[in-house]
Design a protein. Sequence first.
Lengths: 123, 123
Amino acid sequence: MLSLNLRDSRPIYEQVRDGLRRLIITGAIPPGDKLPSVRTLAGQLAINPNTIQRSYEALEREGYAYSVPGKGSFAALPQDVTEKRRRELFGQLDAVVQELVYLGMGRAEIAKRCMDEGKEETQ
Amino acid sequence: MLSLNLRDSRPIYEQVRDGLRRLIITGAIPPGDKLPSVRTLAGQLAINPNTIQRSYEALEREGYAYSVPGKGSFAALPQDVTEKRRRELFGQLDAVVQELVYLGMGRAEIAKRCMDEGKEETQ
DNA sequence: ATAACTGTACTAGGACATATAGTACAATTA
DNA sequence: TAATTGTACTATATGTCCTAGTACAGTTAT
């Protein structure tokens, strides 16, 4: 499921956060489902529980998860995702498109890729 | 031109790197033009020259700039940008689109935004 | 030729983020 | 009751980031 690169420059808690977010948006973890407990996931990844907790706090700030003391942490509904997160995504999209255009890719090609994504994974 | 947030969590050398890359892809710094010298830019931004050098090294690894000892650093041609950088952009594009779709945005809307970008900047 | 610039490469040190280890407590579940 | 859950601390080690200073070779301007 989750893969870690301990020699990667990115902090572990960010890798875990992004990995869990990806599991959610791909449907691997449906909304409402329980996420692994802090200690369980820490054991599986062989890292400290505090690091996992930090990842969960970050996911909660984005609106992708919510935690209940004594019960566990769960995947939230797409509607609960923060507006701040959406603005971040739009900003990232614009920046990436602008750079791809500078590199010579046509806007039509980029738009086509946005439509066809999921059909063909290659290239 | 370049703006820095010293209280931002992102390292200064990354902010400078991204800022210069943006100046290049927006055409503010045309290909072949000279970038500010390490010491000059460091003086303008009131930071250490070593930090600027680190930003230039990063830009050079991406293919956005090249440096000549004694002469200076210059903006490269779009053709010289690394294939690695292009793959990074495609990966970022796919991830952003996938997340936006999960949040309920239609692929057609996303594609339209890719096409119209630059016309309307608002929202 | 001299002086001033350029990129580049070091050393050293401080400040800060990251990750670990350990402990503890209240709420929930078996 | 016992085990699990999220959460909150303290303390420590490590690495990154940034600064400061110095130095050297190549280029440019005077």
